[in-house]
Write a protein that binds this ligand. Structure first.
Ligand code: CDP
Length: 231
């Protein structure tokens, strides 16, 4: 007899603590953690580095034509998951404001989404996965065993992301960070392909006044209710 290995989908707004929650949950359950946003950021970095952003706007045709040249994988380095773009470790580069500035426009391109969703589904084939993003419960794994929709007040999210960037030595200011989060939330929620939505079966978690530890305990309660025994 062994425990069923669940597929857990975590969606929600920018910087609301999804990745922190997903990472901690995967560690606790000994599951694979996949940050799907890192993959969209990887495509955005490729576009930036290859002259496919013109006056701040993505050159959609060139990006679509180059998709076969983009290979995205994850590698665990010193216990932390790093995104590899064509075998190069780009974990730091994908977190910069320059990438945050263009990523949501790029994530609205259907061809980009089709490629990444295909790869994300392959990663979840065997279960035992926690994936966070915007369309995980709605599109990538509509039959996920557990779905969470995470939210937090915009000012609190901006403050958290600002501190995160500051700790990484990335120069920015709170106002710019807040503006970027609000712009991305708007684009992510209003795009025609796979907009950010809360599906009916997703459990709502507001992390505004929760510590990472409290967040984890809250989701674990739901996981334990769902982890039925399989033969
Ligand atoms: O960490 P943060 O919440 O700021 O964002 P992220 O998870 O790194 O995702 C970056 C961007 O990728 C989002 O703003 C979305 O535009 C896009 N994204 C998406 O469209 N679908 C996903 N499953 C994940 C991210």
């Amino acid at each position: 007899m062994k425990q069923k290995r669940l597929v857990i989908a975590i969606d929600g707004y920018s910087s609301c603590g999804k990745s922190t929650m997903a990472k901690a949950l995967a560690k606790e359950l000994n599951y694979t953690f996949i940050d799907s946003g890192a993959m969209y950021r990887g495509v955005a970095l490729f576009a930036l580095e290859n002259g496919m952003i013109l006056n701040g706007n993505p050159d959609k045709e060139s990006i679509i034509d180059s998709l076969d040249e983009i290979t995205l994988t994850f590698e665990t380095i010193e216990g932390k998951q790093h995104l590899m773009l064509n075998s190069r470790d780009v974990e730091n580069e994908i977190r910069t404001p320059a990438v945050a500035e263009v990523v949501s426009e790029i994530a609205s391109i259907s061809e980009v989404r089709q490629k990444l969703v295909r790869e994300q589904r392959k990663m979840g084939d065997l279960g035992g996965i926690v994936m966070d993003g915007r369309d995980i419960g709605s599109v990538v794994f509509p039959n996920a065993d557990l779905k969470f929709f995470v939210t937090a007040k915009p000012e609190i999210r901006a403050q958290r992301r600002f501190l995160e960037l500051e700790n990484k030595g990335i120069q920015t200011n709170l106002k710019e960070v807040l503006h970027n989060l609000e712009t991305r939330d708007r684009l992510d929620s209003s795009r025609s392909d796979s907009p950010l939505i809360r599906t009916k079966d997703a459990i709502l978690i507001d992390t505004s006044f929760l510590t990472p530890h409290q967040q984890l305990n809250k989701v674990l309660e739901f996981v334990h209710q769902n982890a039925t025994i399989d033969n």
